[in-house]
Design a protein around this ligand. Sequence first.
Ligand code: SF4
Length: 366
Amino acid sequence: MRAAFREALPAWFDGARRPMPWREPGPDGRRDPYRVWVSEVMLQQTRVETATPYFRRFTERFPTVRDLAEAGQDEVLKLWEGLGYYSRARNLHRAAQQVVADHDGEVPSDEEAFRALPGAGPYTAAAVLSLAFDTPLAVLDGNVIRVLTRVFAIDADARSGRTRRQLQDLADVLLDPAHPGRWNESVMELGATVCTPRSPACPRCPLNDVCQAYARGAPEAFPVVSKRAPVPHHTIAVGLVIDDASRVLIQRRPEDAMLGGLWEFPGGKVEDGETPGEACVRELREELAVEVEVSAPIARVEHAYSHFRITMHAFRCRLVSGEPASETGEPIAWVPIDALDDYAFPRANRRVIEALIEEARAPRLL
Ligand code: SF4
């Protein structure tokens, strides 16, 4: 079994490895730990095809840890806009500042020092340190879990902590200590391209001789996962308060909140017994101490986050009284419609902006 994982699999990888910008070695023939780190953070919860253009733009603007550390958070979030899970960007930014302050701008190769950086969990540490420094740490991500549970026909719940620990132990034992980076990438690549969740390409898999799930003719029966609870749904109302100079009122989300540091249109959850329009008026009163009049809806957006779904109703609003001021002290700004693109917004808000711009461009009938 070990031979299959340490010989057949990496040999297959050498011929099948997909070119990716973060896989290219630098002038010294080694991979740049900073680029590996950025890619690993971006690739969490994100497909390679989606992450690649973001990676190129991000590393063109911030080619080194120091460039990232010196940037403002708004610019970092703007370059991350659309990738989701924005705490990854905020943590990476703070971690870069810590690397400059404590490690003279060199990404630490020591596991304890790396794990002390914001957002550096066991997965990121194992991936970055093994790929950049060949530190013998086995990665356990969704691809690795799928490959291991299939090869060993592990039918315990793969979401449970106990099974995760067993799988990590298994990966640690199988890891090739002489080439840990190559080994990790081989397993992840196999999971991403051959041992896929549906219709795995078993006949051309380098592990098919030893794979128990394949021998049973049931690869898709693994991994076994417990059912998740139904995803909650929230109805949200937001107001687009537009002044006579065609500027829109936006506010920044608190740092410690979900989507923290991004900008958004003011609003909130629709309560029981309220219409979305009524909720919009109430939320703006509570959040910004203003009275608004709601007119026609501009957009209705459906959006799914990892743990809940929303339906967002966006209304054009007229300021009736009051001077907007955030109740929580977060920054607010009046921004011309055509300058909204300079700010980082969550995806649902971005779709509202698209609808607003389309409306502004549409010929007036009256
Ligand atoms: S033989 Fe099939 S199920 Fe087994 S590891 Fe390979 S692709 Fe996955």
